[in-house]
Design a binder for this molecule. Structure first.
Ligand code: PMT
Length: 401
């Protein structure tokens, strides 16, 4: 792939445990056609050897401010001018603080001060350090100077703690770089995405729901934003940060979701239904908590409205993309849904496997439309969402011409 052909990326590596992931990021950038040079802070050398980056890029790695050998290749001012993007990954708390203050006591900081090109930072540190007011103030200062902040992620950390501060995965950072350089394929378009589960109330404290985490839908929202779209995210109850500029509309039940969708559907160009909407709801919703008395209890369920089918049968319908969650005969069921719900595209996933579908970070998709299909191999939902958005952009543009 050559999406980054002719792009010069200076990868800055500062001294944190996530430095080892910078090697994979370096490989991914080169695979996309980018020219990559690496500059390391002296502390980064404690975590990963310059030789690793030398082997990956085929070029000298810059560490010391006054390094005669590296200077013969390019000095720091030349490097600062050469870069189309300076991406510092990982960016430690110390490096962020020094950048915010304008320090230039190592080569990486000197280049950051000297460059006129875009700087992107992928923060990585212990969650307490990340949440400290000092770090938050530094991040605010850097953002106010138009440096891009990519991440951090939340989750388990190398120190054994859990929380915000993990560096974004290399594949995720690659998507950010691609989005930065690629002209948005959905520029100027309005995209609505449904995500997460619905909850169908039995009484004030109980409900019927499913295992959807919202990860697939939120990744799609981010990918559509990266592709230049204005995104409306209609979300059931999940615990995820709202992606970038998305407008969030929350809902609980399928009925709520339908109301939110229909009241904001005017002007939507592309509708993507990744939510796991409950097909049925209890016929009666008890006003008070149901007391246990009898040994058995029967719940009568009634059909919920189909949000996607309702949108696809509107007179002024957007381009409609559905999902199909299957445990058998994936293609047959997906193609039936494609036809019956009058969709333009359907993305089908297996949901009985451990590593794809509901509530995991990865997915694999079989994408079907009337005249074709594409298989997207298992990978992170971030990456697969970007690939699906690319396919949707292709099909949308060819349908509207
Ligand atoms: O949220 P995650 O944990 O990341 O998991 C992602 C996912 C597995 C939920 C997602 O990839 C997925 O498959 N979403 C669709 C789940 C689903 O409800 O599939 P379905 O085959 O039952 O429905 C077909 C389509 O109709 C879907 O686009 C669904 O959103 C839509 N639908 C279904 C019923 C209904 N009442 N209204 C709808 O809009």
């Amino acid at each position: 792939m050559t999406d980054l052909l002719n792009k010069n990326i200076l990868l800055g590596v500062s001294g944190g445990i996530a430095a080892y992931k910078a090697a994979e990021l370096c490989r991914l950038l080169i695979k996309q056609g980018a020219s990559v040079r690496v500059v390391m802070s002296p502390a980064a050398e404690e975590f990963i050897r310059p030789l690793t980056f030398h082997a990956l890029t085929g070029h000298a790695v810059y560490v010391e401010l006054f390094d005669a050998e590296a200077s013969n290749a390019m000095d720091h001012i030349e490097l600062a001018r050469w870069a189309d993007l300076l991406l510092i990954a990982p960016a430690t708390a110390d490096t962020l603080a020094k950048l915010a203050q304008g320090y230039a006591d190592n080569l990486l900081l000197t280049i950051a001060l000297a460059t006129e090109s875009q700087i992107a930072l992928a923060p990585a540190m212990n969650q307490q350090m990340y949440q400290k007011q000092a770090t938050q103030d530094n991040l605010k200062t850097l953002a106010s100077r138009s440096l891009l902040l990519w991440g951090p992620d939340e989750g388990e950390q190398a120190c054994g703690e859990s929380g915000p501060g993990r560096m974004l995965e290399p594949g995720h950072l690659l998507q950010k770089v691609l989005a930065l350089f690629k002209p948005g394929r959905l520029q100027g378009l309005n995209v609505m995405i449904t995500a997460g589960p619905t909850r169908e109330a039995i009484d004030p404290v109980r409900y019927i729901s499913n295992r959807s985490s919202g990860k697939m839908g939120y990744a799609l929202a981010e990918a559509a934003i990266n592709a230049g779209a204005k995104v409306t995210l209609v979300s059931g109850p999940v615990c995820l940060p709202v992606p970038g500029s998305a407008q969030l509309l929350t809902c609980q039940s399928a009925d709520d979701m339908l109301q939110q969708v229909l009241s904001h559907i005017n002007g939507i160009d592309i509708f993507i239904a990744s939510a796991a909407v409950a097909d049925y709801r209890p016929q009666q919703q008890a006003a008070d908590k149901i007391k246990k008395s009898a040994d058995e209890m029967t719940l009568k369920l009634v059909r919920n409205p189909d949000v996607l089918a309702t949108v696809s049968s509107l007179e002024q319908r957007p381009f409609c993309v559905g999902f199909a969650a299957e445990t058998a005969d994936l293609e047959t069921h997906a193609r039936i849904k494609l036809q019956q719900k009058r969709l333009d595209v359907i993305a089908a996933n297996w949901v009985h496997e451990k590593h794809s579908g509901f509530d995991v970070d990865e997915n694999a998709l079989s994408v079907f439309w009337a005249q074709g299909e594409r298989q997207l191999e298992r990978q992170s939902k971030t990456v697969i969402a970007a690939q699906l958005v690319d396919i949707i952009a292709d099909l949308f543009h060819s349908a509207s011409h």
